[in-house]
Write a protein that binds this ligand. Sequence first.
Ligand code: FAD
Length: 285
Amino acid sequence: MNISDMYKSGKTVLSFEVFPPKKTSPIESVYGALDELTALNPAYISVTYGAGGTAADNTIAIASRIRNTYNIETIAHLTCVNSDRNQVKDVLEKLRENNIDNVLALRGDRIPDVEPKTDFRYASELTAFIKELGGFHIAGACYPETHPEAPDDVTDIINLKKKVDAGAEFLISQLFFDNDIFYKFQKRCLIAGINVPIEAGIMPVINKNQIQRMVSLCGASLPSKFSKIMTRFGDNPEALRDAGIAYAIDQCVDLISSGVSGIHLYTMNNPYVARKITEAIGKLL
Ligand code: FAD
């Protein structure tokens, strides 16, 4: 099914993100989490792609399980920075064989000391390539606080428009903790003529290390309400988990009330957290 059709009802779409296990763990190590996450019946589940495409088979296997065992719609992430056209074609062929026709087309982060391939410089080029091959519905990533490599927010939005013009039918946002930043981003998109649905990426923060890593990776701003939680409960794991869940629920309630197209929950493969949030907002969707 084309995921972008899900937004046509006008209801807020709730979707999850999961990631494949580390190379050192067997793929079965995520099956327990998948059992519980799929039981929450999200509209669809996205499956991340290892940086550099090293574990593409795991992404395909997990997406296939979601689609074909649990009968839940899925979207496979696919990065291109370290792949050439034939490698991308191979992955797409395997996705097709597994009944998966939604792809989140990404450039991916450059890996230090690895010379990037040159067939695709940007996600928009991958998007155009997949669109031309045909048979897939394509989504793209977007950055409410501007992609870290972009010189400024206007340039980043102009680049995002190229991705949508190339064929991205909906967008999933980078995580953010301040909804006003997302609302301003939505306005910039409208001004630029970007009219596709945009799902808000929400990451419930449940431990201190996670937040430090996330903020250094994506540069999300931390509102004072959020920083106070970190200061007060940083050394109390259970209190921090509960406060992090409450914060994410508060963000979701405000986003849904404001008519957001979708909420994409970065579950970190944690069914407990996903369940708490799904239960809290399920009736609001
Ligand atoms: P692009 O859209 O290509 O943008 C990258 C940069 O290039 C931006 O600064 C943009 O402004 C600029 N740019 C774009 N087009 C042009 C142009 N035509 N001319 C000049 N500049 C241009 N990474 C993974 O490795 N695996 C994953 O599974 C994964 N999933 C993600 C899911 C989401 C929802 C998000 C938000 C990110 C995800 N990432 C993932 C991270 C992503 O790969 C990185 O953020 C990466 O640096 C950018 O990818 P992109 O597809 O947004 O790139």
